[in-house]
Write a protein that binds this ligand. Structure first.
Ligand SMILES: Nc1ncnc2c1ncn2[C@@H]1O[C@H](COP(=O)(O)OP(=O)(O)OP(=O)(O)O)[C@@H](O)[C@H]1O
Ligand SMILES: [Mg+2]
Length: 172
């Protein structure tokens, strides 16, 4: 699975480590909302910390003034939902189809390479999950900002530590 190292881990620890790894200026309030009855997940811990850290950095970059960064963890028995939301400028509609294209960036040279969202896409897909982005740039339509939503299975099908995965038998 694309070099991912799956192991049993704790979703809120992933959230906490991602926030600890990102520099959040004082002008931005951070909210963590957890509505999980069970925090146990089967994921590549390090890669998921990186995904959330990149999304949080994008959120912070989108809020040059005051703002709120909200990270939400939710889910049920089978799936988990992670949301990274900001109250920033929003993403213009014409840019939405470009977000997962490597090297698409609106940031100054040196500030961004345009690899955060493409890498997040690859990692989430590697966990058999989905990533979607909702955004509003028009204050006339409501509060501006962006929410990135990740849904993933809590566990992968083949997760027994020492199980050998045989996709098909060599027939004769
Ligand atoms: N939360 C957000 N609010 C507004 N724009 C965003 C947000 N997230 C992403 N974008 C837009 O999408 C572009 C691509 O994001 P992506 O994370 O892939 O690359 P980057 O942040 O520019 O660079 P890198 O992540 O490699 O440092 C950004 O340059 C920005 O224009
Ligand atoms: Mg980025």
């Amino acid at each position: 699975l694309q070099g991912l190292k799956f192991r049993e881990t704790n979703l809120m620890r992933i959230v906490e480590e991602s926030l600890a790894a990102v520099h959040c200026p004082d002008r931005i309030a951070v909210e963590v909302k957890a509505a999980l009855h069970n925090e146990a997940v089967w994921m590549d811990h390090k890669e998921m910390v990186m995904v959330l850290k990149d999304l949080e950095q994008n959120a912070i970059d989108a809020m040059p003034e005051k703002g709120v960064l909200t990270v939400t963890a939710d889910g049920d028995e089978n799936n988990i939902i992670l949301k990274v939301a900001d109250t920033g400028t929003g993403i213009p509609e014409e840019n939405i189809p470009l977000l997962f294209t490597p090297f698409f960036t609106t940031k100054a040279v040196g500030d961004g390479t345009g690899l955060g969202l493409p890498q997040a896409f690859v990692t989430v897909k590697g966990h058999n999950g989905e990533i979607t982005i909702e955004s509003n740039t028009d204050p006339g339509k409501g509060p501006t900002g962006t929410t990135v939503i990740i849904t993933m299975p809590r566990k992968q099908k083949f997760q027994t530590k020492d199980a050998k995965v045989i996709l098909h038998e060599e027939g004769d």
